[in-house]
Write a protein that binds this ligand. Structure first.
Ligand SMILES: Nc1ncnc2c1ncn2[C@@H]1O[C@H](COP(=O)(O)OP(=O)(O)OP(=O)(O)O)[C@@H](O)[C@H]1O
Ligand SMILES: [Mg+2]
Length: 488
């Protein structure tokens, strides 16, 4: 139990009614989780307005209501605090409730359009060799054997802080977390103290949420603006926005990339269907790496993780071992079949990601690149023709299909993608049924070809107008190949 007045220290309050000495047992923004003496933060969301759940929260035992709305006098024995910003207040309240536990962690935050999950996994494997390390991201929250799925890449402060206080009690003081631009924008990491910020790449995604590229860019910058003089930024010098970020840093930084000017860069490398071999130049000397991850993009991710490790002075032996043992993450440049031809599943669902994916695979493929992909419905439409354009630029054959059409007509989305395909490129088919599209790709694959199935990665559903069905690229490929074997 904590007194409300202590929790309100850093919260800009407009006006309050009721006693500020109210005891608070728990803080939540989800009325279903309210219990006796909870503080309910009624957040005005995009779909739902928390204030419509205030009655329900009070019924379940909430004694404190935090809201952007004016106090509502009709509730007896309830303390109502009107705040300027509900999400900001939520983060501050939670942080105070958990005694600013984040300040006791060495936290590495990773932001950018692509590569966050991969870099999070690598950095956490490296740090874990010397320090027990927790991780938070698209794959959930995990520490040692404990694993918990989360619905968001960057969860709400209530989830993050609860997790931190639990792992801290088990001796954990290191955290590696994926920080989404949406999470930054909505104050989900407002009270997370970062010691390192890693920047991956920047390109147009989530424009449906952020509106403009500038707004999206500024959201990502929030992580770097938080870094103080003794903290470190790790910047991808190959990305065109690198200098714009470096300009606004108030902390130390190191750069990584293929660029000759990067502090951490590869001096030799080889890519095959079995992985990466490279020698990396670092300010601490040359480091040899061997990784089962695939392609140039993953060497970029390895460079980012190496930079983070060098800053934390992790031994080269430990960096080498952690990189060697980090296997492809399900759904990210993951070869699920390697034989006369091979099949790779990847999560790339933006033009930039498709481009880097295909450029990476060009270094590896002997035969043709046959690419199956689509674009999501009810989401950023501007990326569709761009996806078509880059795919036709780097692939030998395209099969354009569906990827969660949602409320839109699958064929209409496909048409938007086709719109961007380079003139004269006609090695392609349109097949809205994703299983059939995959079947077609596998049918036409010959020796040396790589069939790339992009967009879904580890997802196991397909969302249509009227239903969501179970759908996994992995299972579909498996089924088709098994059927073939039994007929052979
Ligand atoms: N360094 C990189 N540069 C460009 N593309 C990358 C890079 N790393 C990974 N990708 C592409 O992005 C896809 C997603 O990778 P990853 O899951 O690591 O990124 P993420 O930033 O966590 O994505 P999300 O925003 O979906 O959480 C990969 O499957 C790959 O196609
Ligand atoms: Mg991710």
């Amino acid at each position: 139990m904590k007194k409300l007045v202590e929790l309100l220290h850093h919260v800009p309050v407009v006006v309050s009614s009721g006693s500020l000495s109210q005891e608070v047992s728990h803080i939540t923004n989800d009325s279903r989780q309210v219990r006796e003496n909870s503080c309910f933060v009624a957040i005005k969301g995009f779909k739902e307005d928390g204030s419509s759940y205030i009655k329900q929260a009070i019924k379940k035992g909430a004694k404190t209501i935090i809201s952007r709305q004016k106090p509502d006098q009709q509730y007896k024995n309830i303390t109502w605090v009107q705040v300027k910003d509900d999400r900001y207040a939520f983060s501050k309240l939670i942080s105070s409730f958990y005694n600013k536990i984040s300040d006791h962690f060495y936290t590495v935050g990773i932001t950018g359009t692509n590569g966050k999950t991969t870099i999070t996994t690598l950095v956490s494997a490296i740090l874990n060799r010397q320090y027990s390390t927790a991780q938070i991201g698209t794959l959930g929250m995990s520490f040692k054997d404990f694993q918990m799925k989360t619905s968001l890449t960057t969860p709400e402060p209530s989830e993050i802080f609860k997790f931190l206080s639990e792992v801290h009690a088990q001796g954990c003081q290191f955290l590696v977390m994926e920080v989404s631009s949406v999470g930054l924008h909505l104050f989900r990491v407002e009270d997370i103290k970062f010691s390192q910020g890693i920047f991956t790449t920047f390109s147009g995604d989530h424009l449906d949420f952020h509106g403009t590229m500038e707004d999206y860019f500024q959201s990502k910058m929030l992580l770097f603006k938080k870094l103080q003089a003794n903290d470190w930024a790790v910047i991808n010098l190959d990305d065109p926005t690198a200098f714009k970020i470096i300009d606004l840093l108030n902390c130390k930084y190191l750069t990584y990339g293929f660029s000759k000017n990067a502090d951490i860069r590869p001096i030799s490398y080889k890519f095959t269907t079995d992985g990466i071999q490279a020698v990396i130049e670092t300010p601490k000397g040359k480091l040899e790496v061997k990784s089962p991850l695939i392609g140039k993009i993953n060497l970029t991710n390895i460079l980012a993780a190496t930079t983070s490790a060098v800053i934390k002075e992790i031994s080269f032996d430990n960096i080498y071992a952690a990189i060697a043992e980090t296997k492809p993450i399900r759904g990210r440049l993951d070869f699920i079949y390697k034989n006369d031809f091979s099949v790779l599943i990847d999560y790339a669902h933006t033009d930039k990601a498709i481009e880097s994916l295909l450029v990476s695979l060009r270094d590896i493929v002997v035969g043709r690149l046959i690419v199956v992909f689509g674009a999501g419905g009810d989401r950023d439409k501007t990326k569709r023709p761009r996806m078509g354009e880059v795919a036709s630029k780097y692939a030998d054959y395209l099969i354009i299909t569906s990827d969660n059409p949602r409320k839109e007509e699958p064929n209409a989305i496909i048409r938007d993608i086709v719109e961007g395909i380079e003139e004269g490129f006609d090695s392609m088919a349109q097949e809205p049924d994703r299983s059939k599209a995959i079947g077609k790709a596998l049918d036409m694959a010959n020796k040396g070809d790589i069939v790339v199935i992009a967009g879904k990665g580890h997802e196991n559903y397909q969302i249509f107008k009227d239903k969501t069905i179970h759908f996994s690229d992995y299972e579909v490929v498996d089924k088709i190949l098994k059927k073939r074997e039994s007929h052979a």
